[in-house]
Design a protein around this ligand. Structure first.
Ligand code: UDX
Length: 413
């Protein structure tokens, strides 16, 4: 089959690579010229495992262009353009609209961009020549291609039977559960899934603050809770809060849809409020002393990516910079606007406090001696991930919700 994909960010490029690997012909459309040129030369413009290999190994199946008209002969046209937040938190559909207004031939359109419930029904009315389906993506950065090739489930939302059957045939080959439903339900499933995961994180962060005060250990609490399959251990890691290109944006957009429908979503609002509070809470663990030097270990919003969109590191840095604290960061891949060291040693040299912000392997495995160059050997583990937490040597260790962090606390009975 032949697919066109408009928008080659994480979602578009991961989808393109997945389709090429599955034996399809794919035309990728990217309007950003520098990004297009990089892709044409086989260079992936962000850190994402496996994608460069696909571009190298399937050159005959993949074409890049900046022109939507080059996709006229495709069987399906996939829309994967960005849907950023507007200043009021609502979802900005400008790129979706701009792309569709350039599609002149009658097409079967698959909406892969995250769009608010009701959008595809509206697009079907605005662009009646095309047939539409929503197939939301659930991929996680750092494992985007793997998630496209083997997702937990595929959700197909369309009112058009032929489109549903065609897509069920294509995605059925993945051997994962398929949910075929209406466009609005498919759009809802995407927002609801992200909102639920983000809320789970805020729930455990709320309890982590309480555990700090009460003298309990949130990681043990999460482990104990997670053994109940109705709860599950995933997304119960307390720390600095969630960031990234999806959770913050989608929580705002969902709340906005609720307000348009004259409803409050108190759980979602509280989860967002808790996430903001969590970053302030971690900042409050650093003493109020101007001239203090703080080393950020990790900057990206999570390990395995160089993505800094809505990275908690930046919010935390703002909190500390307001107190005239000197900040230096280190990250194996990500870059930011604050001072940055090329090595962990350089970041830690002369620092008064180190904060483990992103749980990269190389950072969670730092031995206690790695902190010897600090002025005061103090580590705030904002991801509760440091491997030596129970045997920190001369490092003054503090996790989040782990005040009971005693070396001899049994981890299980
Ligand atoms: C997320 C969804 O998981 C994915 O399904 C959707 O398609 C896009 O958004 P991603 O943004 O790549 O994926 O990151 P994810 O791994 O979900 O983590 C999001 C944030 O939550 C990160 O900042 C991470 O550090 C944080 N997090 C995650 C926690 O604080 N605790 C956890 O237990 C899990």
């Amino acid at each position: 089959m032949k697919f066109g994909i408009i928008g080659l960010g994480y979602v578009g490029l991961a989808t393109l690579c997945g389709l090429a690997k599955a034996g399809h012909e794919v035309i990728g459309v990217e309007k950003d010229q520098p990004r297009l040129l990089r892709l044409m030369s086989g260079d992936v413009p962000f850190h994402e495992p496996g994608m460069a290999d696909v571009l190298r190994d399937y050159p005959g199946s993949i074409t890049f262009t900046d022109s939507i008209t080059d996709t006229e002969s495709v069987d399906y046209l996939i829309l994967a353009v960005g849907t950023p937040s507007k200043s009021d938190g609502s979802c900005d559909l400008t790129f979706v609209d701009a792309a569709l207004s350039e599609v002149k031939s009658k097409q079967k359109i698959i909406i892969r961009s995250t769009v608010p419930p009701g959008t595809t029904d509206m697009l079907s009315i605005m662009y009646p020549a095309h047939t539409f389906a929503v197939v939301p993506e659930f991929l996680q950065e750092g494992r985007a291609l793997a998630d496209v090739l083997k997702p937990h489930r595929v959700v197909i939302g369309s009112d058009n039977l032929e489109m549903c059957e065609g897509l069920a045939g294509i995605y059925g080959r993945l051997g994962v559960p398929l949910v075929c439903t209406s466009p609005i339900d498919a759009e809802f499933i995407k927002y609801a899934s992200n909102a639920f995961l983000a809320t789970k994180i805020s729930f455990i962060n709320d309890l982590a603050r309480l555990a700090d005060k009460a003298g309990a250990d949130i990681t043990t609490i999460a482990d104990g809770m997670g053994l109940d399959p109705r709860i599950g251990r995933a997304f119960l890691n307390a720390g600095l809060g969630y960031g990234g290109s999806c959770f913050p944006k989608d929580m705002h957009a969902l709340l906005n849809v609720a307000h348009e429908n004259e409803l409050d979503l108190p759980v979602i609002s509280a989860a967002m409020h808790s996430n903001d509070a969590q970053m302030g809470y971690v900042a409050s663990k650093v003493e109020h002393k101007s001239g203090l030097k703080v080393a950020f270990l990790g900057l990206a919003f999570k390990p395995g990516t160089d993505d800094m969109r809505d990275a908690p590191s930046v919010t935390l840095a703002h909190h500390l910079a307001l107190r005239e604290i000197d900040i230096i960061g280190y990250d194996p891949l990500a870059k930011w606007d604050y001072p940055q060291a090329m090595t962990v040693e350089a970041a830690l040299k002369g620092a008064d406090v180190a904060i483990l912000v992103t749980e990269w392997d190389e950072l969670v495995n730092l031995k206690p001696e790695a902190f010897d160059g600090m002025r005061t050997k103090r580590l705030i583990d904002a991801r509760n991930a440091w491997k030596y937490a129970r045997d920190p040597g001369t490092v003054q260790y503090e996790g989040i919700g782990r005040m009971q962090n005693k070396a001899n606390t049994p981890s299980s009975m």
